[in-house]
Design a protein. Structure first.
Length: 503
């Protein structure tokens, strides 16, 4: 049976529908084939809801899982088996970020994958990939919080409390307004349906400088980030080119944070997901020692640091132990190259929870490769010579056009790999910004940073800072055409996407 077909699901009560479907046991219902669903199977519904941000109502998207959960919490061995209902009112192109066991034809975010029309469902059936992963739309609607955790607890996770923290950058303006401010044009007609790119007007040079929260990107280079480029040209390295109204952790600001109950002396596994579209963070647990035990849902050798970089699309698992005397402990995320903070609070029963300012006293650095360079995979790839090696030259053109090897998506030349081959891709970045590069359908190992080879972490999204080459290696295990793109939403929307074809 093929999956991911457009299927009309009546907008009845979802449970009644599932029950009747399950009872039918794979028979035809209303003339359409149905993948059997058992009672415990997760099924997802994308809708909208209103949250409050800075005291004002904001209509955002929401992905409801079984039993009303935000997204999906599963156990190793579980499958996503059932319907994804698009009740969002807009075309939907969902991406299962980090789900390397999802076949190519079950991910709408693929070349020619199209969009799921409103009120229709896609049928899915694939084994969930253990670890901290997530789902999000692959179009501008991601900015309106069309994203949710997709966490599958590992069999060996042990006796720990899982606490999922999803970060977002939030604006009351629409993503199209933001794109226009940046001077860019959506290359994908709003929903990534595969239309060709359109050149954007070269408005960037004349755009007014932004001075709100996160704005003023031209100023960000003033902190000593000027670096030599090409021996003669100097380019200003900057971050935060979008001005946001708030930074959210589990949909709340630090003025009114989520309080998660924990036990005195308890062990907690923080599963932190950067669902921000144009913002990278540093995460930290002040007052609590933490160890990074997984990146992008894949185990690494534990590393203890005071703070950890987390780019758009990336995840980090931090192990912490709550002191026996208890207390309240913040889990913070600070915007790179800025003072904005967001986060949640872990608190034992009866603990005093002090208010924390939503601004740090000092600006964070820009993300760099220092953390990457000390990370080691728990289970690295076997060493072997690659059958295919590619260079992905990241580029920046007037009019907010972001390119790979000189092309925007739609004009791109795919990287072609045979199934089973080891492939390597070296990212070169002469642009003014860091790019978190994400490959669909595969985990990869980071094997080179700053021109130095090493056996680094296994992950699915890697930061490529300005003027620092990064090399990844992966075994092309899964047949199909897989997007390879920058996880800065507005870079992707304006062209920074290509594909890896595995045949
Ligand atoms: Cu980018």
């Amino acid at each position: 049976m093929s999956h991911c077909r457009n299927q009309k699901v009546p907008l009845l009560d979802r449970r009644t529908f599932l029950k009747s479907s399950a009872a039918a046991g794979g028979a035809l219902i209303a003339g359409v084939p149905w993948v059997p669903v058992h009672a415990a199977s997760p099924t997802l519904k994308v809708g909208t809801r209103t949250i409050e941000v800075n005291g004002k109502p904001a209509k955002v998207f929401h992905i409801e899982g079984p039993g009303g959960t935000n997204g999906l919490m599963a156990r190793e061995g579980d499958r996503l088996s059932g319907a994804l209902l698009n009740a969002s009112g807009e075309p939907l192109q969902m991406h299962w970020h980090g789900q390397v066991k999802a076949p190519a034809d079950q991910d709408r975010a693929r070349p020619g994958g199209g969009a799921l029309a409103p009120d229709l469902s896609d049928m899915h059936d694939f084994e969930l990939t253990p670890g901290t992963h997530w789902m999000h739309s692959h179009t501008l609607s991601e900015q309106r919080l069309l994203a949710a955790p997709m966490v599958t607890r590992e069999r060996d996770a042990g006796d720990v409390q899982d606490v999922v923290v999803m970060l977002h950058d939030f604006a009351f303006r629409s993503p199209l307004e933001i794109l226009a401010e940046l001077g860019g044009t959506d290359a994908h007609g709003g929903h990534g349906a595969g239309r060709g790119p359109m050149p954007g007007p070269a408005r960037r040079a004349s755009a007014p400088m932004q001075h709100g929260p996160g704005g003023g990107h031209a100023m960000h280079g003033m902190g000593g980030h000027m670096r030599g480029h090409g021996g003669h040209m100097m380019s200003m390295t900057h971050a935060n080119d979008v001005r946001y109204d708030a930074y959210l952790a589990n949909e709340r600001t630090l003025d009114d944070p989520q309080i998660v109950k924990v036990e005195k002396g308890g062990r907690v596994r923080l599963r932190i997901i950067n669902g921000g579209t144009a913002t990278a963070f540093f995460v930290s647990t002040p007052g609590l020692a933490s160890r990074a035990t997984a990146v992008d849902g894949v185990s690494c050798q534990p590393v203890q640091q005071a703070s950890y970089p987390l780019a758009q699309g990336q995840r980090i698992d931090l192990a912490v132990e709550i002191p026996r005397e208890g207390g309240a402990f913040s889990v913070l995320a600070q915007v790179e190259d800025a003072t904005f903070l967001t986060g949640i609070v872990l608190a034992t029963p009866g603990a005093d929870i002090a208010r924390r300012p939503a601004m740090a006293t000092q600006k964070a650095e820009l993300l760099d490769l220092a953390f990457e360079a000390v990370l080691r995979a728990a289970t690295p790839l076997p060493t072997m010579r690659p059958q295919a090696s590619f260079v992905a030259m990241l580029g920046e053109e007037a009019g907010y056009r972001w390119t790979i090897n000189g092309s925007v998506h739609g004009e791109h030349e795919p990287f072609k790999v045979r199934q089973g081959d080891r492939a390597e891709i070296t990212f070169m970045n002469p642009t003014s910004m860091m790019h978190p590069m994400h490959l669909h359908g595969h985990h990869f190992q980071v094997v080179g940073v700053g021109g130095r080879r090493f056996s680094g972490p296994i992950r699915d999204t890697v930061i490529v800072p300005a003027h620092a080459p990064v090399t990844i290696a992966f075994d092309a295990a899964h047949r199909g055409s897989w997007f390879l793109h920058c996880h800065h939403l507005y870079h992707m929307a304006t062209g920074m996407m290509t594909e890896v074809q595995v045949s």
